[in-house]
Design a protein around this ligand. Sequence first.
Ligand code: AMP
Length: 396
Amino acid sequence: MKILVANIGSTSLKWRLFDCSNNAERLLHKGGFESVTDYPKAIEDCLAQLRDAKAIASESELAAVGFKTVIAKNVTGCVRLDDKVLAAMEAYKGLAPAHNPAYITGIRLFAQRMPSVPLIGLFETAFYQFAPEAMMRYAVPDSWFAAGIRRWGFHGASHKFIAERSAELLGRQDVAARARQLYLDGGKSPVKGAPLRTISCHLGGTSSITGILSGVAIGCSLGMSPQSGLPHNNRVGDLDSEALPYATKALGITIEEAQRQLTKESGLKGLSGLSNDIREILTAAENGNARARLAIDVYVANARHWIGSYFLELNGIDTLVFTAGIGENRADIRAAICANLDHLGIILDAEKNKATRAVEAVISAENSRVKIMVIPTNEELVVARETKRLLENSPK
Ligand code: AMP
């Protein structure tokens, strides 16, 4: 069973092709294009690369194309991307302006190009379907809630991967299995041992932190849109709701311009005044740039804020996991986040931490109650797995 996972950006197309026959999960091909202006051609070129690499003979070999779709009105989980679902994505495109329009266009083009291949989306909100309502609500009037103004949570594919993989690495196959079939039974399958309490830190261009109880998310730092939570590369993160109307008056700018600045000129870029890439900011901070240092300090303080929140809610944790571009690669950020937490049982092994880059590793000290781990995420694999499960459980 060959499943193509397509990652669609406004000017990029990236893909991974998996062979998911039997119990295999083999990566057959991966590739991508940046600066795409002609999307139909990019899809054609992707298929040509797959044929040239002999990964497929033709697109009729594809069991499905899976997409890491972001958010849709009244739709989540893993679903077939029919016209109704595309209309639901359209209805919420304002919540994910960088992603939904590109996905809608891309999915329609895939549908035109290969009408007989099922197109399936795993929504980034899916992982939070079973989180306690109290963790997902804002204190707004009911009419606002009815309009979709609530926490949704994002990065679901990544945090679900971490939920499964961290449980496997800790020898908790029961929890891994529970996480794996979450979308089939809503996390009802029993856990054999003690509950497994995990905090997953996805630190990248967009950052989020999620608390996970025995494979099931209890909340996410990303709220109604991917604009919230920690500061992101150039997006603001959490902001007081009064700030936006106040800024339009105080700065004499339109609401659209204020939104643009919060989306493109804020986050690490806005704080540092330098760059949206943490590597450049860290180098500047090391060279004495005070704004760069402040940007890092704000980022770390926000990460600790969310870790603290889930630590309390979970009544302590068994494992703290770092993933994504920053989490996998930056030992200095991991060290700053874990500093002075020995009373909570969180103690890094400084040498192991320093030596770990983009590989699976335990980086906590022997005497740390909490296992601190680095686990490279694999969102595309989660999309392929869920796509396969949907095909097997609801054949058309
Ligand atoms: P992601 O969203 O997971 O692709 O992460 C992107 C961000 O992670 C970039 O903006 C960088 O700040 C950081 N990053 C990515 N790769 C590396 C790396 N090899 N070393 C350090 N930081 C990295």
